[in-house]
Design a protein around this ligand. Structure first.
Ligand SMILES: [Zn+2]
Length: 178
């Protein structure tokens, strides 16, 4: 029995992915999983415990004692498990990135929506159709053509058409980010 336990302990590798030492010292995976353990070598358990309020103020020897009676962890105030910290960071970071993308998307969509409306095109249009439509509208509203009767409004119209054409063309030709 003791022999088996001994063997198990010896075959365990430290939970620090960068470490190849034997994992002898157990540490709860997280505050919520104090019955599930990660196993660290002596150096890594020290690092691990540095992030843990429970051991603050203990000297080296007291720490050693605490580690040795580790089988009966009295529910300390875990801040985090080593694994969970990177996980939570990724999650938080992704959330932040998504929020940013949604905001950019909204601004872009408003411009794009407007461009489609100006050229009178539907969303599932293609480049050929966009070019044809632009040529038609640009010719119709071009300042050279409309010179005599053109009002200020009509001049704006030609500029708006050209801008809309550029926006839609960019949308259709650039690779999708999502
Ligand atoms: Zn280690």
């Amino acid at each position: 029995m003791l022999h088996t336990n001994q063997k198990e302990k010896q075959e365990r590798i430290c939970s620090n992915p960068k470490c190849k030492e034997l994992g002898i010292y157990p540490a709860p995976k997280s505050r919520d999983k104090i019955r599930e353990y990660l196993y660290f070598c002596i150096n890594c358990i020290r690092d691990f415990n540095k992030s843990w309020n429970y051991f603050e103020g203990l000297n080296e020897q007291e720490l050693e004692v605490e580690i040795r009676k580790s089988v009966t962890w009295d529910r300390p105030s875990w801040k985090f498990g080593t694994k969970n910290i990177s996980y939570d960071f990724d999650k938080a970071f992704n959330k932040f990135e998504n929020k940013k993308n949604i905001k950019n998307k909204k601004v872009f969509n408003k411009k794009l929506e407007n461009a489609f409306r100006i050229l009178g095109l539907s969303h599932d249009t293609n480049i050929k159709e966009v070019k044809t439509k632009y040529k038609f509208l640009a010719k119709k509203w071009h300042p050279d053509v409309q010179n005599e009767t053109q009002s200020k409004n009509d001049k704006d119209k030609f500029i708006n058409i050209t801008n809309a054409y550029k926006i839609i063309l960019e949308f259709l030709t650039k690779p999708s980010k999502t």
